[in-house]
Design a protein around this ligand. Structure first.
Ligand SMILES: CC(C)(COP(=O)(O)OP(=O)(O)OC[C@H]1O[C@@H](n2cnc3c(N)ncnc32)[C@H](O)[C@@H]1OP(=O)(O)O)[C@@H](O)C(=O)NCCC(=O)NCCS
Length: 186
């Protein structure tokens, strides 16, 4: 990767986020107006991606979630017990600044999400990392869900739900991909 990045847990006023541009109404509103409230009320934990000059070039959030309507295929995937909602960690508001897309920032952000997920999974039971991929295409006409599929996420439904594709990267699959990260004791 040619770009050097640092990740910071968001704190109000710590970094100028007003110059960040998602060029997406809902995502820009979240970053500039509501992220602070979601963070302080403990609904999401928010992470800023900074370049070497300290500019915010990416944002994502993580929060506890559950898989409610699981199919037999999902339960078979991890030999999960029946009759319970399966605990997960959900990625939200995953966005790279419009001026720097396609240069590997998103890839590094997803790696950071996976690292944070693995650390949390050592102390709290979670069956996977989830994301609701918007049912939209990017500037090259590629579906957004294709981005997450590239990193091993699977779509959980055959149709989008409320404008999004629910997707998951199972903990079991991650353990095979990143065994060393799981082996480190907490
Ligand atoms: C989607 C997004 C986060 C990707 O970040 P990015 O920094 O531009 O992506 P990267 O440069 O890290 O891409 C990594 C790889 O994924 C590929 N890729 C990107 N989008 C893809 C898509 N929709 N489908 C398949 N592959 C895709 C890239 O070509 C690249 O492949 P390569 O490593 O073989 O060259 C960014 O474009 C963005 O912020 N979009 C607007 C907000 C959004 O849609 N967020 C998702 C909400 S669910």
């Amino acid at each position: 990767m040619s770009i050097e990045l640092k990740f910071f847990h968001y704190k109000t006023g710590f970094v100028d986020i007003q110059s960040f541009c998602a060029e997406h109404k809902d995502l820009d509103r979240y970053v500039k107006e509501t992220m602070s409230q979601w963070e302080s009320s403990n609904v999401t934990r928010n992470y800023l991606t900074l370049d070497v000059q300290g500019n915010c070039v990416g944002v994502f959030s993580l929060s506890a979630s559950t898989l409610k309507d699981t199919t037999p295929e999902v339960r078979k995937e991890g030999n999960f017990p029946n009759g319970i909602q399966l605990p997960t960690i959900k990625i939200g508001r995953f966005v790279v600044d419009n001026s720097i897309r396609g240069k590997g920032v998103g890839r590094e952000m997803l790696k950071k999400c996976i690292y944070l997920f693995i650390e949390a999974s050592k102390t709290i039971g979670v069956v996977g990392l989830t994301v609701d991929a918007k049912d939209e295409t990017d500037s090259q006409g590629r579906p957004i869900y294709g981005y997450y599929e590239k990193f091993g996420f699977k779509r959980l439904t055959s149709e989008p739900q409320d404008g999004c594709w629910p997707m998951i990267l199972y903990t079991g699959k991650m353990k095979k991909q990143y065994p060393a990260l799981f082996e480190q004791e907490v």
